[in-house]
Design a protein around this ligand. Sequence first.
Ligand SMILES: NC(=O)c1ccc[n+]([C@@H]2O[C@H](COP(=O)([O-])OP(=O)(O)OC[C@H]3O[C@@H](n4cnc5c(N)ncnc54)[C@H](OP(=O)(O)O)[C@@H]3O)[C@@H](O)[C@H]2O)c1
Length: 253
Amino acid sequence: MSDSIASAPPQHFNLAAHLCAQNAPRAAKAAYIDDCRTLTYGDLATRIRQFATVLHESGLRREERVLLLAHDTVDWPVAFLGAIYAGIVPVAVNTLLTTADYAYMLSHSRARAAIVSAALSPVLEEALQHAPVFCDQVEYHPFLAQDPLLELARANDVLVTAYSPLAHGRVADDATLAEIGEAHGKSAGQVALRWLLEQPGVSPIPKASSHERRVENFEVFDFELSDEERSRIAGLPKDDRQIDPDDGPDWDE
Ligand SMILES: NC(=O)c1ccc[n+]([C@@H]2O[C@H](COP(=O)([O-])OP(=O)(O)OC[C@H]3O[C@@H](n4cnc5c(N)ncnc54)[C@H](OP(=O)(O)O)[C@@H]3O)[C@@H](O)[C@H]2O)c1
């Protein structure tokens, strides 16, 4: 057989696993870039695996379908390939359709869950009527209230992933958070993460480029905030929304 003829794919082939393996040698290179973030091939492989684990832990099984209703950011390939990695079939749909279209697609595809991007969170309520949503990822940190969304998520047993939990790192400059941290031998960033973790159903996903910071951000499970400290954080101004695209919804309606 000639060397120029490509070999047939193996009997068991996972496209996402194949892409991760093929791109392992270029782990530090940019794979996806959006308006705010860059994902390297290394980040992509890690997040694909994490996302696949979350899908499995949420009760989804191989060959089941999930609707993917997400804007065009670096999160999109993570969700799409993460589903494929988990053996789950992502049904990727246009974000500009009507609720009636989504209702039809949910029912026609028999999707067991929907992955909905933060900017489309107002459609969460609609989507909930048609398929279980297990998690909604939104901007959430000590300088931004998400009360209506948290209320809706809790009422429907939906987890909330807090992205930008450190408000792009600005928590480090906050005197209240720093003062609370001092009392526990912790940094302002650790206090912000602890505050989020202490809320039912909320998981923060901090970003940190250095190993030291990543370790710091894990060391938040060995202290607790007092009621008084929680109220001080609750009393900080909560109107600092960082991610607000032109086509974003009226967030709190
Ligand atoms: N779901 C997905 O697939 C996906 C993909 C990409 C991004 N994301 C999320 O999107 C968000 C975007 O990033 P962001 O910049 O808004 O996140 P952020 O976590 O709010 O802030 C990250 C900034 O905070 C700094 N920082 C890290 N740890 C700190 C600490 N303990 N104290 C003080 N500052 C600290 C970092 O600095 P250094 O970097 O210098 O350490 C960086 O400048 C993140 O939550 C990320 O996890 C999600």
